[in-house]
Write a protein that binds this ligand. Structure first.
Ligand code: GDP
Ligand code: MG
Length: 207
């Protein structure tokens, strides 16, 4: 978490999921308002940034969104990425059953590397739902419930729910960071209390 005058916090997020589900375009849509119909093999950028105001806590945060280019096929992600980020988007394509079925492997990969970082499940390509939907909304919802995480459907192409998804995850990350900070503070104050009690004890002993 960095502090800067333009924003209060910097939050790092990564999007994972099978190749072709639309991760790169989802990030482009959010950060640059653009969409590319081509499957751009993501070379030349690791992350993109955007400053947003969180809808509930009204904090200004800078999101740094990491893409996972070209490593998806073998899930050969640089596992350090999970240590670096504070939030994770797990994405599938609702027109592609295999991308949904592979989710268990993505969830396993995440849980092998981090325990309690906020994460959400996203079904992408909602703009194609009417004609080409293969995975139902209920299936997505059910899986997300099993993992106790929020679920959204959206589209990097039409932009539907893109801002909402990033805002929701960022809000979860923000709350998580505050809770962590408070628990560190309470551990420290307990330690200080312990020390004081010890001093009293010592003084008593010396009497
Ligand atoms: P990545 O491999 O997960 O990064 O996927 P890309 O962002 O490169 O997208 C893969 C392909 O799916 C490209 O041809 C995109 O144009 C297409 N695509 C990505 N998102 C959407 C979407 O929301 N709707 C539609 N219709 N196509 C999409
Ligand atoms: Mg990509």
């Amino acid at each position: 978490m960095q502090i800067n005058s333009d924003f209060e916090f910097q939050i790092k997020i990564v999007i994972i999921g099978d190749s072709g589900v639309g991760k790169t375009n989802f990030i482009f849509r959010f950060t640059e308002g653009r969409f590319s119909p081509l499957h751009v093999t993501t070379v030349g950028f690791d992350y993109k940034s955007k400053i947003i105001k969180l809808p509930t806590s009204k904090k200004k945060v800078k999101l740094q969104i990491w893409d996972t280019a070209g490593q998806e096929r073998y899930m050969a992600l640089n596992k350090n990425i999970f240590q670096k980020v504070q939030g994770i988007i797990i994405m599938y394509d609702l027109t592609n059953r295999a991308s949904f079925e592979n989710l268990n492997r993505w969830f396993t990969l995440v849980s092998q590397n981090v325990s309690n970082k906020p994460r959400i499940l996203v079904a992408n390509k909602l703009d194609l739902a009417e004609d080409s939907r293969i995975v139902t909304e209920d299936e997505g919802n059910k899986l997300a419930k099993e993992y106790h995480i929020p679920f959204f459907e959206g589209s990097g192409c039409s932009g539907q729910n893109v801002d909402k998804i990033f805002a929701h995850l960022s809000e979860m990350v923000y709350k998580n960071l505050i809770e962590e900070k408070e628990s560190v503070r309470s551990v420290n104050s307990t330690k200080r209390l312990d020390t004081k009690e010890e001093e009293v004890e010592k003084r008593r002993c010396c009497k």
